[in-house]
Ligand binder design. Sequence first.
Ligand code: NAP
Length: 256
Amino acid sequence: MGLVEGKKAIIFGVANEKSIAWAIAQALHKEGAKLAFTYAGEVLESRVRPLAEGIGSQLIIPCDVTRDEDIDSLFDKVNGAWGGVDILIHSIAFAKKEELKGRFVDTSREGFNLAMDISAYSLIALAKRAYPIMAGRKGSIVTMTYYGSEKVIPNYNVMGVAKAALEANVRYLSSDLGQDGIRVNAISAGPIRTLSAMGISGFREMLNHVETKSPLKRNVTAEDVARTALYLSSDLSSGITGEIIYVDAGYNIIGM
Ligand code: NAP
């Protein structure tokens, strides 16, 4: 029997086969979970649908997390099909390209609000709809963060502030939803070459730096992250909530 046999999971954030969310989806699928996928636009549907159908998923639903009506409709459809949900994977972030280079002090109001809305508020918006249909099922919500929330990383800029808010969301949501038996945790992943990551100016240097300086002397893979997401989604982590778990080859522990 798989670690998440028969559990129902909604996966947010598959853009292509390099997405961290796709590695997580495959790990959950291998361990027996049933999956629903979301995509943010028509172009994305053409990339997400073949991947999702390839592992037998029937629920592939549009959802732009800036639109409450999309989120409501998604949860109606998922609940209609499954009558509840056990696992929610939030692997979504966005900032305009021009905000991910240059000086942080030049962050625009619009760029700040957009990054916060998509990358941080969306976790609350999804949890709000998920908890009534997760209650009593030992639900697990997992989101993705990065070390730039705590320390200054060149060019990460407004996304660092959004990730700090996201990590605080994890603590407040876990405190709120614990009474329903729902756990909320984040994975703080080291840099991984994905579509969004390549939008960060100087991303290759980040990869080189981690490879040289981290205890494991390598970068992490989406599969490293996926195994931890599987653990956080399963009963193996039944006593863990409100935590930020590092999957970063140990980089965060190094001072000098
Ligand atoms: P990715 O493949 O580009 O995934 C990002 C996803 O966010 C895409 O599916 C994207 O869809 C989605 N998204 C953006 N705006 C959205 C919206 N309004 N509504 C719904 N979905 C939206 O990149 P990734 O690296 O796997 O990122 C996944 C998560 O991991 C992010 O939270 C990221 O910050 C985090 N993370 C990544 C790294 C890394 O180095 N890669 C490290 C630590 C943490 P569209 O393509 O349609 O915009």
